[in-house]
Design a protein around this ligand. Sequence first.
Ligand SMILES: Cc1cc2nc3c(=O)[nH]c(=O)nc-3n(C[C@H](O)[C@H](O)[C@H](O)COP(=O)(O)OP(=O)(O)OC[C@H]3O[C@@H](n4cnc5c(N)ncnc54)[C@H](O)[C@@H]3O)c2cc1C
Length: 402
Amino acid sequence: MKSRRIAVVGAGMAAARLAQQLHAHAGPTETTLYGAEPESPYNRALLADVLAGRHRADTLALPTGDAKVHTGTEVVAVDVRGRALTLADGSRETYDDLVLATGAEPVLPPLPGLSDAKGVHTLRSLTDCARLSRDAGTATRAVVIGGGVLGVGAAHALAARGLPVHIVHQGPHLVERHLDSLAGAALRTALARLGVRVHPGEHAPALDGGPGVTLTSGHRLDADLVVLTCGVSPRTGLARAAGLPVRRGVIVDDTLACAPHTYAIGDCAEHRGAPYGLATTAWEQADVLAARLSGAGPEARYTGSRPMIRLTAGPVEYAAFGACDDAAEEGADVLRIGDATRGAYKKLVLRGDRIVGAVLVGDLTTAGTLTRACLTGRPVGPDPLSLLTAPLSVRATEESRP
Ligand SMILES: Cc1cc2nc3c(=O)[nH]c(=O)nc-3n(C[C@H](O)[C@H](O)[C@H](O)COP(=O)(O)OP(=O)(O)OC[C@H]3O[C@@H](n4cnc5c(N)ncnc54)[C@H](O)[C@@H]3O)c2cc1C
């Protein structure tokens, strides 16, 4: 049987997972990845660990099965009708199916002085990480603007390198998209022990020379290193120029298609109104698409993901699954445990006998059990509190269920 030629634009985390899964299904497919970065696919979610010195950059590589991977190769145009790509060197490549996996790019706040400012960084790629790491080596104090998942990871990494760090965060508490206010407070306490000060509800309206940052409150933070972690936005320029449907991300249906023979997965995709920006989601989408394109699961559908985040970095650890922010508590049963001396906080959000969300800060021993309980959607049984306290006994109970 003739192989279907699958071209993937982007060689990041979604593309690697797709290639690996297509290989595992061993269907009649031939996969080619075109990636603009100089490196083969790598685990971007570990960049903060590289910055902190916990991982070496060359240990981040991700497997790609038997795919051909073209690194340093930007795709500059897509001809959806003619099923062809144009590469930056002007060459044209044809395909049978196209997958857009172009990821996302950092949101740059509209700060006067940003374009001329020295010592200002983003953290999205290994190249960014190497630059930031080099400058962190001579910096004396750092400001991180944005206190979400990425900002906390970056701040923690810089603190681990011995730098005093300030996080300027316009939200009410850290990681408010995934954590409730008590979890955000526990995280703030844990970070304070490492020399990270958090300024919630604050903006940085401009960068001063130096660079330093003056907050809306008038307070000035001196810094010779500024890291912008103000979120990401799906990278959609190529899709838009090709006439594909784009809102915030490339709009895909439950088959992950945005047009005939054209698909989008990962951070660039918008499914049912949601771009996710998480590796776990990118992988779930890649798994569904690989099943469909390989023929192993032609009926496979992607119906959405439960957000799942995790930071495990020495004394600062947290994990959150599903809906667990303050708003998610309405009409739900909530179990909480706090241990101020250990800086630990745990919460379970239940609707009926199902877990819809969970947060763990400072003690992740039950994270694996909770993830499984969340993902399988099984009833929690008579003692839901044990899901926060006793991983072994709960695991035994779960495994004995039919
Ligand atoms: C520091 C950091 C920490 C993170 N931590 C977590 C975490 O703890 N948990 C979590 O779930 N997620 C985390 N994420 C998010 C996670 O990394 C992303 O969700 C994931 O990388 C998305 O995969 P992707 O393939 O869609 O995009 P990417 O991995 O960004 O890959 C996209 C690739 O496409 C390339 N590309 C774009 N346009 C073109 C073009 N025209 N031609 C060729 N190539 C192109 C880009 O250069 C890039 O290499 C983190 C991200 C960062 C940066």
